[in-house]
Design a protein around this ligand. Sequence first.
Ligand code: GRF
Length: 200
Amino acid sequence: MKRIGILISGRGSNMLALADAVKHGRIPNAEIALVISNIETAAGLERARELGIPTFVHSHKGCTREEHDRAMAAELRQAGVDLVCLAGYMRLLSPWFIREFEHRILNIHPSVLPSFPGLDAQKQALEYGVKFSGCTVHLVDEELDHGPIVKQSVVPVLPGDTTEMLSARILAEEHQTYIEAVALILSGQFHIEGRRIIES
Ligand code: GRF
């Protein structure tokens, strides 16, 4: 049984999609061992509790980035976590944390990377005028929204789209793409060549 830890800061819809996929066997032989939030009032925390998933809250206020990450890592270790999934976790991780869980941290980003990294990716895409955007699940390295790409999906940008409309279209795709990416990584049916993840 593989154990997944999920880091959130907000709504947690990707976290819920992963939990549902685990429950229904779309991510086989896995369980959500722990959900961690740096924000006490994150709506996703309450949803996780309703599902009976263990939660841990650790505010980032008043400690250095690495101190904060060490506290999270201690909880993740104690929960026996094999894979850490960032799901709307709105903080940079320290290099220490990234080394500690090397190649075992996934992030989802609402654009087709390397386009539009950073905040407000959907707004950036709309303003740039691209005809397609989408989402990317990637392994986390020390650069923001940068590590080797596990899965990507594309959605059209439609005439009259607002940021909200495009975000909703991408979000529906995010949920599916994250499930596929987690299932692949946990299956171990891949290897990494430089930046490329080759499925076997
Ligand atoms: C998603 O758009 C994700 O790609 C980005 O933050 C948002 C989180 O949404 N990193 P949710 O909390 O999973 O609903």
